[in-house]
Design a protein around this ligand. Structure first.
Ligand code: SF4
Ligand code: SF4
Length: 368
């Protein structure tokens, strides 16, 4: 990257987020990064960012999402309790830079979501939330603007009713546009002076909507929001098991080919080449050898609404949980045996029996 561009981005970043950093947080982040580089199993630092799930209940039926597709193996539906949430924030606030309150589910369905944002904000943590926009009620529009939320991500994977509903069936494009307008207007009107929340469209580029990518900058400008183009996650692992990849590779290839054909963009930078590689060899999907960089086990804490921790945001099956946060110091959980086994799979000794039991032992660095 051009050094001038880098410097200007760094200045903008610091202006916006500097107040969430402290010397001790920066030292912790540096230590976590070094531990990751050295692939240490025991991390002498604590989470730098966290994903704390407000709820795993959702009103959506998104075609590529296991929640929307109602895949089995998941935890019961519920909402995080206030006590647990506060204990978690108190446990991590001294090192945490940012918190995302969305994991599996639609966070705005939590009746105390505004208080949750405010609590984290007052603990000097950068707050982030994403929504499908079809749970936004009038009280959310004003509440989010006043809450101190730093960043709001709006899922919009199409610029017409046809492409929008192809990914998010049952959702109305016109209603989504109206909600974007309302959120922006409220944020301008009510946001803290000099610090409006950042509102960003998340546009997952697929074969269905890639012809609309060129129109997105103008669309975003019209609403006064930013946008992010994301690569699609096909979540093939819900249809192709490790057993199938190993023993019935032709059947696995058929399933992968159909998903690739239906969803993967044909051109551009959003097609995730790894999906095409697993078409050749489906066993790659579950290989412990890391072909993609992954920093979750060293940097990011994920706690679901029920207090159970997962190694990353893609871990869905209850059987892959790495522990349960029950109020003990977060430091005990962070370096417990399942976490250490996950980190061990990044080293050279990836054939240990125990390491294969954890999710990272069946993942090339990106859950496909
Ligand atoms: S809105 Fe989010 S959690 Fe709900 S089905 Fe869609 S992608 Fe999944
Ligand atoms: S399961 Fe895969 S993506 Fe998740 S933390 Fe482990 S290596 Fe990273």
């Amino acid at each position: 990257m051009n050094p001038l561009v880098f410097a200007s981005r760094a200045v903008r970043y610091w202006k916006r987020n500097g107040r969430y950093w402290s010397c001790s947080k920066a030292a912790n982040a540096l230590l976590a990064h070094v531990a990751m580089r050295l692939k240490l199993r025991y991390v002498p630092a604590w989470p730098v960012v966290a994903k704390i799930e407000a709820t795993n209940i959702c009103n959506g039926t998104c075609r590529l999402c296991p929640v929307g597709r109602k895949e089995p193996g998941h935890r019961p539906f519920g909402m995080i309790g206030w006590e647990l949430y506060c204990r978690l924030i108190e446990g991590v606030k001294s090192t945490l830079h940012a918190i995302d309150l969305t994991n599996w589910g639609e966070s705005l369905l939590h009746p105390r979501i505004m208080e949750m944002i405010r609590y984290a904000h007052e603990a000097r943590i950068y707050t982030y939330l994403s929504t499908n926009m079809h749970t936004v009620r009038p009280e959310h529009v004003e509440g989010l603007a006043r809450s101190g939320l730093d960043e709001l991500s709006l899922s919009l994977h199409g610029l017409s009713q046809e492409t929008y509903a192809a990914y998010q069936p049952g959702f109305d494009f016109a209603q989504a546009c109206e909600t974007i307008g309302q959120l922006v207007a409220a944020s301008e009107r009510l946001g803290p002076t000099g610090k409006m929340m950042k509102i960003k469209l998340n546009f997952v580029v697929t074969a269905v909507n890639e012809h609309e990518v060129s129109a997105l900058p103008d669309f975003a400008k019209r609403y006064g929001v930013e946008y992010l183009l994301s690569e699609p996650s096909l979540n093939l692992r819900f249809e192709v098991s490790p057993e199938m990849a190993l023993r019935r590779p032709n059947r696995a290839r058929e399933i992968i080919a159909e998903a690739v054909e239906t969803w993967l963009p044909r051109k551009g930078r959003y097609d995730r080449p790894l999906y095409r590689r697993v078409l050749d060899d489906p066993r790659l999907m579950f290989s412990p050898k890391k072909v993609v960089t992954c920093d979750w086990p060293w940097m990011k804490l994920v706690v679901n609404w029920d207090g159970r921790a997962t190694i990353c945001c893609g871990s869905y099956d209850l059987a892959d949980d790495v522990g349960c946060y029950t109020g003990q110091p977060i430091k005990q959980l962070w370096n417990s045996l399942p976490y250490r086994l996950c980190r061990a799979t990044f080293g050279n000794s990836t054939n240990g029996k125990n390491e294969k039991k954890v999710l990272c032992g069946r993942c090339p660095g990106l859950l496909l």
